[in-house]
Design a protein around this ligand. Structure first.
Ligand code: SF4
Length: 266
């Protein structure tokens, strides 16, 4: 586990690597983000963003969505998957907002997780991005990356959230989650691109190859040198990386390939 000082350095590096880190869901208010986040379960943000413009036009408020029927709603959200469950959650969420909160999304974790279809991760997304309340959503990317680096330990999302929150001031929580999610999507994938990573010098996985992988054995125990991309992939991926992303490889101690500075790889 890292000290708050080291954690700060790690998140500074992640900020540098992902300067535009933010939720990739499109929304204009808390109701829309809550709806989009419920739809994003087992789907992608890109897919949800294709569905929500028409959905928000037809149901612009909790009052409108509360009047929807499953027959009306299901075809509109079908492409996001699990459409029957999500339809039930969305109508239930909107109905509860109308009945218990006057049609407003409560800026309170305890109240949010009482809403149908809303768990702690969804609540933290809405609190942090739409309601100005510090929150640190933990998804599968956050679990994997935080465990590999050594910022947290374990697969329990709520426990990892507590560990990460303890390392940072509240005002950094939401962006820290955004950075870890983007890092997991673009760099610290199941097969990590360690030579392009700006936190490699702090990372337990890169140093020892023995860090716990929160999502099972895919990465656990493997030596980073063994899992590095082929040279062709390295050339493409590292052309946008910072020079300090090229320390010695952990497995061999040999210098990694030199990389040129520039923008973060996408
Ligand atoms: S060094 Fe490798 S394992 Fe560590 S955070 Fe970066 S990409 Fe992930």
């Amino acid at each position: 586990m890292k000290s708050p000082t080291v954690a700060t350095a790690i998140f500074d590096a992640l900020d540098e690597q992902h300067p535009g880190a933010d939720t990739e869901l499109h929304f204009t208010n808390a109701y829309e983000l809550l709806t989009a986040t419920i739809l994003s379960a087992q789907s992608t943000d890109q897919r949800v963003n294709m569905v929500t413009p028409a959905l928000f036009a037809r149901y612009p408020s909790p009052a409108a969505l509360a009047t929807a029927t499953a027959e009306e709603l299901e075809p509109q959200i079908h492409s996001t998957g699990f459409f029957r469950t999500k339809s039930k959650s969305l109508i239930g969420m909107a109905t509860a907002l109308m009945a218990q909160h006057g049609g407003a999304v409560p800026a309170d974790m305890d109240a949010l997780v009482q809403l149908p279809g809303v768990g702690r991760k969804t609540a933290n997304v809405v609190l942090g991005h739409a309601l100005g309340v510090p929150g640190l959503p933990v998804d599968r990317h956050v679990l994997r990356v935080a465990n590999r680096i050594g910022l947290a330990e374990g697969e329990d999302a709520e426990k990892v959230e507590v560990q990460l929150c303890a390392l940072l001031p509240t005002e950094r929580w939401t962006r820290a989650s955004d950075c870890l999610i983007l890092h997991g999507r673009r760099v610290c994938k199941p097969k990590p691109l360690c030579p392009t990573c700006l936190v490699q010098e702090y990372c337990d996985y890169a140093r020892t190859g023995d860090a716990t992988d929160a999502r099972g054995a895919r990465g656990a125990g493997r030596k980073p040198g063994i899992t590095q991309p082929k040279p062709k992939t390295i050339t493409k991926a590292t052309k946008n990386a910072s020079p300090k992303a090229a320390p010695k490889t952990a497995a061999t101690g040999a210098p990694a390939r030199l990389v040129k500075p520039g923008k973060t790889s996408q």
